[in-house]
Ligand binder design. Structure first.
Ligand SMILES: Nc1ncnc2c1ncn2[C@@H]1O[C@H](COP(=O)(O)OP(=O)(O)OP(=O)(O)O)[C@@H](O)[C@H]1O
Length: 310
């Protein structure tokens, strides 16, 4: 079963200005399937439509056209079943009240009729201690950790994390990544929207890239790298540089240049050419004493995929 299915989803908002009203198309005919058990990254520049898509999945906003199924339920007619089995970390909403973090969490546990141990959840997000303070005294990062603990209540089948790293320091971001992995190991599907490409790369199996309301690609990060190409590099230390090996490297499809400095060979290439380049050196008369590789960054890949589509 697919955890999330969007079919032909379009969303137009009316924008009321002082002098006139126009409309903006936040999503344009989006088809998206997130398989059960995926850790799925949802990427896109500002204004691409990510929050709108999430709001539609959770029935906070109705699409102008199209249909949405989440965890097998039609979101329009059965949003209660979806909400019962989904944990949400929303973007930009922190808890604002004089109640303590623990009280918020206990409320979330009661509301979901769950039997979670608040101490256990607070410990998972490193919030045991500050949980006794009123949340209006929390820093952004503390509020974000508390919201994450609340999203975990009731062992949801689907976790929707909208920009989960907002306000988190590196330790908090590490905690969040660990929790995403733990939840996925437990069997939950995780839908993870972010601008922070390294976060997505560290935890996601597949990514969708949304740009100006259109889905421009859905793939694994590795396959995206292969498709987009980009600037991978392979550096090989050889015992000696045998005759003909440079020409053989230059002849591999996807290799753009080969530089030699004494016995160090630097190959600039597309991602797909890395393995053949390494194999060519191993198959030569030289002994390969060291190999290091770098991949095109997700930043580079993101820029390539969204270029010209905005
Ligand atoms: N309630 C609304 N009324 C009018 N326009 C809206 C509304 N919500 C979003 N939009 C518009 O829809 C488009 C998509 O916005 P959305 O917030 O979904 O993008 P996003 O990818 O989440 O952006 P960001 O990364 O900046 O949060 C934008 O042009 C935005 O101005």
């Amino acid at each position: 079963m697919a955890a999330i299915e969007l079919r032909g989803v379009t969303k137009r908002y009316e924008r009321r200005g002082i002098l006139h009203t126009d409309s903006v198309t936040a999503l344009q005919n989006v088809d998206l399937t997130v398989e059960d058990g995926d850790v799925f990254g949802f990427l896109g520049p500002n204004g691409a439509g990510k929050s709108t898509a999430i709001d539609i999945m959770l029935d906070y906003v109705a699409p102008t056209s199209g249909s949405v199924r989440v965890l097998g339920h039609d979101v329009d007619s059965d949003s209660v079943s979806v909400k019962e089995r989904t944990g949400v970390l929303p973007d930009g909403y922190g808890p604002v009240s004089e109640r303590t973090g623990r009280e918020h969490l206990e409320f979330a546990i009661d509301a979901k009729d769950a039997d979670d141990d608040p101490d256990e959840l607070l410990a998972r997000v490193d919030m045991l201690g500050p949980d006794g303070y009123p949340v209006d005294q929390y820093s952004k990062g503390m509020a974000q950790r508390l919201m994450l603990a609340m999203a975990l209540v009731g062992e949801p089948d689907l976790l929707v994390l909208d920009e989960p790293s907002t306000g988190l320091d590196p330790n908090g971001a590490r905690t969040m990544r660990r929790i995403v992995r733990e939840e996925n190991d437990r069997g939950a599907t995780v839908f993870f929207s972010s601008h922070i490409l390294e976060q997505v790369e560290a935890v996601c199996d597949r990514v969708a890239i949304l740009d100006a309301g259109r889905l421009v690609t859905v793939d694994s990060i590795d396959r995206l790298r292969d498709t987009v190409g980009g600037s991978a590099r392979v550096r090989l230390e050889l015992s000696t540089v045998p005759d003909g090996v440079i020409e053989r490297l230059e002849g591999i499809e996807g290799v753009s240049s080969v530089d030699v400095d004494a016995t160090t060979v630097d190959v600039a290439c597309e991602n797909r050419a890395k393995a053949p380049a390494i194999a060519t050196c191993y198959d030569s008369d030289a002994t390969v004493t060291d190999v290091s590789t770098t991949e095109p960054s997700l930043d580079e890949l993101f820029a390539t995929v969204t270029e010209g589509t905005a």
